[in-house]
Design a protein around this ligand. Structure first.
Ligand code: NAD
Length: 432
């Protein structure tokens, strides 16, 4: 059945989801408080690398895709999907202020028959304990008058290997009637819908997925540091272990885990664990290790520099997004590396084809062009993010020293002295 759907929050999650619903014939209203985003959508200009302007323009011109900052239009839709941020506050505990604000605004217009789904990542209990009372205060009974569920978002921005609809979609509801309604909403957009028995199970599934990545990447970073100390190349060790056809999943080292999800969601779980008198030692250890990664990388770079001094050293960081092929710099380790270098009075610059400018300590840095001259005039280039189209051979031909946190230089020849994180402390000039 074709429905009208409101997507609240048009960011990395909400905009692609809104377009996917629209593609299947639904009428869409996108609601966001950020006027620049709304203007950009109206002009058919995408602010997400994964979404092409043409796709956006087509949707906007179809007559079935409107955007607004006003929630009143919610009264006329069948389904409301919430995709607002769920960050951490200064105490590193859940900040649900965006969700509460959105929920309060939706509650003004909630009515009989509405299906409301939360997609934001959050701790177990949020849907039933935070959102449900907001709507029931309006005199509506969940599962009878309106339907409420949770469906974790699994989008992986920048990763074109898994088309949106092919990634199984976990769905849940506060009651059985709710999960049935929520499943029907998503069945049109996803090849496989995976119902679970409670919203808490669905909320926890998301936290499990992301905590699993967080803990494993943190462990491989610690393992890489160990390998460096033992003069063994971690990349070779991972490749060797990866030949085991079962029981081993490879994770790869890097300068630290960033983004709005992987370093954040485990702390939502940790917060909930503490609320019930427990604590995850894995999350605690991984958070600690991850927090130390940027300074570890900076220290490694310092040790490679002539005179082992960062002061005045001309350091170019290549890639500042927190992961490849996207423009998102939230919690990015590369940004923290730049900050630490600035504190040490290094002369910093950066290159990132996805991030034209970057606010750092009140300054606005602009991505430099990678020219021979710029590379020759550096003391060190740090390869921080593995965007697909980086000109690594060109960098190796012109920079005097490259510190490679991602094994991007493997097998490549060049004039630069190269040091790889986890490379066993071995320097090489001719590829490896
Ligand atoms: N980015 C990812 O890769 C990803 C993947 C899976 C899950 N998630 C989760 O999805 C949620 C959204 O993440 P995102 O990356 O899309 O965030 P985002 O910051 O890119 O987008 C959120 C949007 O919500 C808008 N917004 C904030 N408060 C609002 C309100 N009260 N009403 C209407 N709009 C409001 C913001 O202006 C912004 O445009 C988070 O919980 C995140 O953890 C993100």
């Amino acid at each position: 059945m074709v429905q009208s759907i409101a997507v609240v929050g048009l960011g990395y999650v909400g905009l692609p989801l809104a377009l996917a619903f629209h593609h299947e014939g639904h009428s869409l209203i996108g609601i966001d408080l950020d006027r620049r985003k709304l203007d950009s959508i109206r002009r058919g200009k995408s602010y997400l690398p994964d979404i092409e302007d043409e796709l956006l323009s087509k949707a906007v011109n179809s007559g079935r895709f409107d955007v607004t900052e006003h929630f009143a239009s919610i009264a006329h839709v069948d389904v409301i999907v919430i995709c607002v941020p769920t960050p951490l506050n200064k105490q590193h505990t859940p900040d649900l202020s965006y969700l509460i604000r959105a929920g309060t605004a939706i509650a003004e217009y909630v009515r009989q028959g509405h299906i409301i789904v939360l997609e934001s990542s959050t701790y177990p209990g949020t849907t039933s304990e935070i959102l449900r009372p907001m709507f029931e205060e309006k005199g509506l009974m969940v599962g009878e008058d309106y339907y409420l569920g949770y469906s974790p978002e699994r989008i992986d921005p920048g990763n074109g290997d898994h088309p949106f609809r092919t990634v199984p979609k976990i769905v849940s509801g506060v009651t059985e009637a709710c999960v049935r309604r929520v499943s029907q909403v998503y069945e049109r957009v996803f090849d496989q819908v995976v119902p679970v028995s409670s919203t808490e199970a669905a909320e926890l599934a998301k936290l499990l997925e992301n905590s699993y990545r967080f803990i494993n990447i943190s462990f491989i970073n610690e393992f890489a540091i160990l390998c460096d100390r033992m003069n063994v190349d971690v990349w070779e060790v991972i490749a060797a272990a990866g030949t085991k056809p079962y029981g081993f999943s490879a994770f790869y080292p890097g300068p630290g885990i960033g983004g709005h999800c992987i370093p954040v969601d485990p702390l939502y779980l940790q917060w909930k664990a503490k609320e019930i008198g427990m604590s995850s030692i894995f999350i605690e250890a991984s958070t600690d290790l991850n927090g130390r990664m940027p300074s570890h990388i900076v220290k490694q770079v310092q040790d490679c520099l002539p005179g082992a001094s960062l002061e005045g050293a001309r350091i170019l960081v290549v890639g500042v997004a927190y992961k490849k092929n996207i423009n998102d710099v939230r919690e990015s380790a590369a940004v923290e590396i730049l900050q630490l270098l600035a504190e040490q009075r290094s002369r910093i610059s950066y290159y990132d084809p996805f991030v034209p400018s970057l606010a750092l300590n009140g300054l606005e840095l602009r991505s430099v062009e990678l020219t021979e001259q710029i590379l020759e005039n550096t003391d060190c280039v740090i390869l921080a993010t593995e965007h697909s189209k980086l000109p690594i051979p060109f960098i190796l031909d012109h920079a005097p020293l490259v510190y490679d946190t991602r094994n991007l230089t493997k097998g490549l020849n060049g004039k630069a002295k190269v040091v790889r994180f986890g490379g066993g402390g071995r320097h090489y000039n001719n590829g490896a």
